[in-house]
Design a protein around this ligand. Structure first.
Ligand code: ZN
Length: 323
């Protein structure tokens, strides 16, 4: 039930996603949904408004069919100009994981952008110049804002002391079969050089070319912190995936929006792994991976204190809570 209509300046966290399934997962994570604003003709975004813990959140999704860094930048810029009090952003959704022995990323795991080895958390792999000695990447992307890096530290420390809230938040999806782990199919990884045989599933692909990996309990989700690669092309090739990861100093996942945001919309990138960025990729894991990323986002928001706003008021002046 939508209970309140707040002022635009009451919203201090901007949440951007790219796909309808990611918007659905984000909406489910709201503790409370707020009433929409009347549509502003000069703003092409549609917003979902609500609250998580002490934070008033504005969520916007990319227009249907328009993925990529430019589309993400446009949506984020429109959001920023309408909601002038946004302290930081969160880019949340699914991504293609880079498998390796360490970190041992599995489908459904969560990857978070964190500065590492000279990268600021996100690297744009497809922007640069072609020189006689090869392609030279020239893009420089900002690191996530300090408050979010501090929150990562606090959350990681909390995980040493007590158990993560991730599973608890993920259980909020339990009434929705669409997001269920058991609707995803098996988590299988093929050798990088082995290409998919035609069809929607890997039924016809050779099981002899599967990579043998240690088993993990089906419900266990791990969170990995490090570099995320962003660019405007879908990576669907195991060899290219591995080559790019090696060139960039071991990346955790590929996605298509972050590079458009990092320099103008200070944000943390949170990706649920839905495939391995190879030719075998399909969309079966997307809902569950969108859910794990959204659940982690709820968890990180729970360790960040609210902005210094004494009282949040509805448009009719009623105080609804004190932060
Ligand atoms: Zn296949």
């Amino acid at each position: 039930m939508k209970r309140h209509r707040l002022h635009s300046e009451d919203y201090t966290v901007g949440w951007v996603c790219a796909l309808p399934i990611e918007l659905a997962a984000a909406t489910i994570m709201l503790d409370e949904e707020h009433e929409d604003f009347p549509q502003d003709n000069s703003d092409g975004n549609l917003y979902t408004l609500g609250r998580i813990s002490e934070h008033n959140i504005v969520i916007a999704c990319l227009p249907a069919g328009q993925t990529g860094t430019n589309s993400a930048a446009s949506v984020a810029n429109r959001m920023k100009s309408k909601f002038s009090s946004i302290r930081f952003g969160l880019l949340v959704g699914v991504g293609g994981g880079v498998p390796s022995a360490e970190p041992n990323i599995r489908l459904g795991d969560v990857v978070v952008s964190q500065p590492l080895l000279g990268h600021g958390g996100v690297v744009q792999y497809d922007f640069g110049k072609t020189t006689p000695s090869g392609f030279e990447r020239t893009s420089f992307l900002n690191t996530p804002p300090m408050i979010l890096l501090q929150a990562l530290t606090k959350l990681q420390a909390n995980h040493h002391i007590s158990t993560s809230s991730l599973t608890r938040y993920l259980s909020i999806f339990s009434d929705l079969p669409k997001f269920a782990r058991n609707n995803t199919g098996p988590d299988i990884l093929f050798e990088s050089s082995y290409n998919h045989i035609e069809g929607h599933t890997c039924e016809r692909c050779s099981k002899d070319r599967l990579v043998v990996r240690t088993s993990r309990s089906s419900e266990e989700i791990m969170v990995h912190y490090g570099t995320i690669a962003s660019g405007n092309q879908v990576i669907r090739d195991g060899l290219q995936r591995d080559r790019l990861s090696s060139e960039l100093g071991n990346i955790l996942c590929f996605e298509m929006e972050a590079a458009g945001l990092m320099n103008s919309f200070s944000c943390l990138v949170i990706r649920g792994i839905c495939d391995y960025a190879d030719s075998h990729k399909n969309k079966k894991w997307q809902p569950y991976a969108a859910a794990t990323a959204a659940a982690y986002t709820k968890e990180i928001l729970s360790v960040i204190p609210a902005a210094e706003v004494a009282t949040t008021r509805t448009v009719d002046g009623a105080a609804i809570y004190v932060c």
